[in-house]
Design a binder for this molecule. Sequence first.
Ligand SMILES: [Cu+2]
Length: 69
Amino acid sequence: MKHLTLHITGMTCGHCENFVKNIIAEMPGATNIHVDHKTGNAEFDIDENLLSIDAVKAAINDTHVYQAQ
Ligand SMILES: [Cu+2]
């Protein structure tokens, strides 16, 4: 397990938080997901055997609303 923090732009409210959280949660290998629109941070653990950080970033960037740094 690896603990990661991504900075995500475009989140303005709790709905955004839940939307981003669900995107990450749908990816096998992501757990302990905490998203905060006030800080813009998404923190989670990944199992690197199942999931890469680039895959998570791509899934977020594919929304074209939220962008992972
Ligand atoms: Cu929102």
